[in-house]
Write a protein that binds this ligand. Structure first.
Ligand SMILES: C[S@@+](CC[C@H](N)C(=O)[O-])C[C@H]1O[C@@H](n2cnc3c(N)ncnc32)[C@H](O)[C@@H]1O
Length: 349
C-alpha cells in the first residue's frame, strides 16, 4: 500500500443486533445513504439519530396558511422540518427567515436545505436568539406569520456530547449555544441548596426538590464533583433511595427528566428569552399577521397563554386560539416526542 494512502479504519463494533449508542448508529446518521433504515426507525415510532420529526405540521400550516410572496419567520429552525413545509408554500416569490441559537446544528440544517434548492433567494438563516426579533425586523421588515417550536431538538437530546440526556454518559452541559454562558455542571456548583431546590420547583414542579438539592450539596461537601450526566443521575438515584421498591424506578426516571429539564431551562435562560419574544411579537407582526407557538411543558405554555390573553384583552390580537390544540392520537402514537406538545395561536388586529 502507498504510504500516503489512508489505512482502512474499522468502524467501532457494537454489542447486539442493533446499535444502541448515538455514534454507533452510523446508518441513521447518514439519511441520504440509508433511506431504508430511516424509514424503518420512523415506522417503529422512533426518531432516527441526528434527525428531528416536526410536530403538528398540518395543524400549523392550516392555521398559518403561508402563501407565495409572503414574508415569514421560523424562530426555531432545528432540523428544518417546519421550515421546509413553509418554504414549499411561499415559493417562489416569498421569503422565510429562520433562526436558531444552536451554532452546531444550524450549519447542518443550512447545508441540507441548500441541497434541496433553498438558498438565500428564499431563505435567510441566522444564528441568533429569538429574543432578538426586534433587531431582525430592522432588516426583514414586519412578518406575515411567525412560528416558534420551543425547547430542544431530537439532535440535541440524542447527542451525548451535548449533555441533554441522563440516559447516556456525557459532559453535563445542556447549552443550546455552547459558546454562551456556563455549562450546567458549572451552574450547579454556583448554587446553594435553597437555590437548587427553588430552581427544581420553579422550572419543573419537582416534588422531591428538597431531597435532590440536599443530595447534590452532600456530593460537593464530600469533594465529589458532578461533571457528567450519569453522575447527576446517580445522585438523583441516591436521593430517592428511600422510596418503596414498587415505585422507585419510575419515580427516579421522572425526577431525572424533570431535573434535567429544570437545569436546561436555567442554563439557557429559556423563560427570559420566551418572555422577551412574546413581548416583542406584536411589534414585528404585520396587521392581520399570524403567530403559532408549540410548547412542551406547563411553564412555557403558561407564559404563552398569559401573553396571548393579555394582548387579546388590549385589542392587540383580534383573535386567539381557544384552549390548546394537541397532536392527533395518530401523531402521538407514531412520534412519542409529540405527546407533551401544545399549540396556541394568535392573529394581530
Ligand atoms: C423543537 S426544536 C425545533 C424543531 C424544528 N421545528 C424542526 O422541524 O426541525 C427547537 C429548536 O429551537 C432552538 N431554540 C430554542 N430556544 C431558542 C431561542 N431562544 N432562540 C433561538 N433558537 C432557539 C433550539 O436550539 C432547537 O434547535
Amino acid at each position: 500500500m502507498n504510504n500516503n494512502e489512508k489505512k482502512h479504519q474499522r468502524r467501532p463494533r457494537y454489542k447486539g443486533t442493533h446499535p444502541k449508542s448515538f455514534d454507533a448508529k452510523y446508518k441513521e446518521l447518514q439519511p441520504d445513504k440509508y433511506a431504508d433504515t430511516i424509514e424503518k426507525v420512523i415506522q417503529k415510532g422512533n426518531t432516527p439519530a441526528g434527525m428531528h420529526i416536526p410536530i403538528c405540521v398540518n395543524e400549523i400550516i392550516d392555521f398559518l396558511q403561508p402563501k407565495p410572496g409572503q414574508i415569514g419567520l421560523d424562530a426555531t429552525l432545528g432540523y428544518g422540518g417546519h421550515t421546509l413545509e413553509i418554504l414549499k408554500k411561499i415559493a417562489p416569490s416569498g421569503h422565510l427567515y429562520a433562526l436558531d441559537q444552536d451554532p452546531i446544528e444550524i450549519k447542518r440544517t443550512k447545508e441540507r436545505l441548500e441541497k434541496l434548492g433553498y438558498n438565500e433567494n428564499i431563505l435567510s438563516i441566522k444564528n441568533i436568539n429569538f429574543s432578538d426579533i426586534d433587531y431582525l425586523v430592522l432588516d426583514s421588515g414586519p412578518f406575515d406569520f411567525i412560528l416558534a417550536d420551543l425547547g430542544v431538538s431530537s439532535m440535541q437530546i440524542d447527542n451525548p456530547q451535548r449533555g441533554f440526556s441522563f440516559k447516556t454518559e456525557g459532559p453535563l452541559d445542556l447549552r443550546m449555544n455552547p459558546n454562551k454562558g456556563v455549562s450546567a455542571a458549572i451552574r450547579l456548583r454556583e448554587l446553594s441548596k435553597d437555590e437548587i431546590q427553588g430552581m427544581l420547583i420553579e422550572n419543573s414542579d419537582e416534588p422531591y426538590a428538597d431531597k435532590i438539592a440536599q443530595a447534590i450539596i452532600s456530593e460537593y461537601r464530600k469533594g465529589n464533583m458532578i461533571e457528567t450526566t450519569t453522575k447527576l443521575y446517580h445522585t438523583i438515584q441516591k436521593a430517592l433511595s428511600f422510596l418503596s421498591k414498587d415505585i422507585k424506578d419510575d419515580e427516579i426516571k421522572k425526577s431525572a427528566q424533570r431535573t434535567f429539564q429544570a437545569l436546561r431551562i436555567d442554563v439557557n435562560h429559556e423563560f427570559e428569552s420566551l418572555y422577551d419574544f412574546l413581548e416583542k411579537l406584536p411589534k414585528v407582526l404585520k396587521s392581520q399577521g399570524k403567530v403559532a407557538i408549540l410548547s412542551f411543558h406547563s411553564g412555557e405554555d403558561r407564559l404563552v397563554k398569559k401573553s396571548f390573553q393579555l394582548n387579546a384583552r388590549q385589542g392587540i390580537y383580534k383573535e386567539i386560539s381557544e384552549g390548546v390544540i394537541r397532536p392527533s392520537m395518530e401523531e402521538q402514537s407514531s412520534n412519542s416526542r409529540s405527546r407533551s406538545a401544545k399549540l396556541r395561536w394568535a392573529i394581530k388586529s
